[in-house]
Ligand binder design. Structure first.
Ligand SMILES: NC(=O)c1ccc[n+]([C@@H]2O[C@H](COP(=O)([O-])OP(=O)(O)OC[C@H]3O[C@@H](n4cnc5c(N)ncnc54)[C@H](OP(=O)(O)O)[C@@H]3O)[C@@H](O)[C@H]2O)c1
Length: 358
């Protein structure tokens, strides 16, 4: 039995993870965590003893001693659990991309000390991991991440001036929590994923490309130096990468539908519109600058998205606020977690201040 600690159990990934665990032999829940939602019923249904709502998730993990931590918390709040798992060499199935973006260097150092597995749950990174696994780094030319383009693909800046929260939450291909859905609409999600890919696969930013692919069937594609390219395809359903990570390396069977090629499949790709959706290029810049710039990017973006969801900021105000915060921070590398928290707080303060000025 593989004992799984599911953090963010009440969310979109959490709920799908429970479906996977319930339908897969050899997996059982040993711990559950949420931010504020009650977990009593879920814990009772699965006979889970270790349960926590909010607070320091590492205490829960210490008590539960899981084999695998599935970190599906949203935002920077997931950082403690990510670092705890990597430091102890406990297999980390990571959906919480924000923690890897904010703490890339600290996370890699912790993983080196701990020696455990870091398995991405993000569909693009799960796909890239599978295309890259077992290949010599020298043979890899570049990695392509695909983006659905979100609900506003093809629109101009003027057409985005008045979009509402409801418009932005209507994602065309994925059903997800509100924060990542807004990130998908602004392309900040792809920006976070670009940095996540750099951290996970050690590829320089020049070798990471993003293309828009509205049907979200190709999740990632790796180009090799001989001119060949390997792509990972599947219907957009997060239960596939969740199941892959939880049962790695066995790739347990699921009941999800196989790709039906004879029914017709159109694969369209195009370049992202970086001028209309500046958060993708801003992420690339933050990633290239390194230090705590990625942490600041994430913190300012979280602050701006929360304000947009609260009706305190316009859709176009989100990239403006992030750009201003990135211009104002010093971005110096964090030597430890305390310094990372300071960088995170500073960027949040700057973003809040940016809102009170406008
Ligand atoms: N949804 C997807 O398809 C998808 C795909 C790829 C990657 N991801 C990534 O997966 C993560 C989760 O996304 P989601 O869409 O599942 O988000 P979501 O639906 O908003 O769920 C977030 C979960 O995190 C919990 N949470 C929030 N703050 C917490 C805290 N301080 N301590 C413990 N738990 C906390 C929430 O609990 P409450 O219910 O109590 O608020 C909820 O269970 C994000 O990092 C996202 O980028 C998601």
């Amino acid at each position: 039995m593989r004992r799984i600690a599911l953090l963010g159990a009440t969310g979109s990934i959490g709920t799908q993870a429970i479906a996977v665990i319930e339908s897969t032999e050899g997996l059982e829940l040993c711990a559950l965590a949420s931010g504020s939602s009650g977990l009593e019923q879920l814990a009772a249904r699965h006979g889970v003893e270790h349960v926590q709502t909010g607070g320091d998730l590492t205490e829960l993990l210490e008590r539960a001693e899981p084999d695998v931590v599935l970190n599906a918390v949203v935002g920077f709040a997931g950082i403690g659990a990510t670092l705890w798992s990597l430091e102890r060499g406990v297999t980390l199935a990571l959906a919480n991309k924000e923690s890897l973006v904010a703490a890339g260097d600290l996370a890699l150092a912790a993983q080196q000390r701990g020696g455990g597995l870091l398995l991405p749950v993000d569909s693009e990174h799960s796909a890239a991991f599978q295309c890259l696994e077992g290949r010599s780094p020298d043979s890899v030319h570049s990695l392509v991440l695909t983006a659905s383009g979100g609900p506003f693909h093809g629109r101009s800046c003027e057409e985005l001036a008045d979009v509402t929260v409801e418009d932005a939450l209507a994602h065309p291909t994925w059903s997800m929590g509100p924060k990542i859905t807004i990130d998908s609409a602004t392309l900040a999600n792809k920006g976070l994923e670009l940095i996540e890919a750099h951290v996970l696969f050690g590829l320089p930013y020049d070798d990471l490309e993003v293309v828009v692919h509205p049907s979200s069937v190709v999740h990632a594609l790796v180009r090799f130096r001989d001119g060949a390219a390997l792509a990972h395809l599947g219907y957009p359903d997060m239960r596939v990468p969740i199941s892959w990570a939880l049962t790695y390396p066995d790739r347990a069977a699921t009941e999800l539908p196989q790709l039906d090629l004879a029914a017709g499949l159109t694969l369209e790709f195009s370049a992202p519109d970086l001028a209309t959706f500046p958060l993708l290029a801003l992420a690339r810049r933050a990633g290239e600058l390194g230090g705590t710039y990625p942490c600041a990017y994430n913190a300012a973006n979280e602050t701006a998205v929360a304000a947009f969801l609260d009706g305190r900021l316009s859709f176009l105000g989100i990239p403006e606020l992030v750009a201003e915060a990135l211009d104002a921070v010093d971005g110096a590398p964090a030597r430890d977690l305390d310094e990372l928290f300071e960088a995170d707080e500073e960027a949040r303060r700057l973003a809040e201040r940016g809102m009170s000025v406008t």
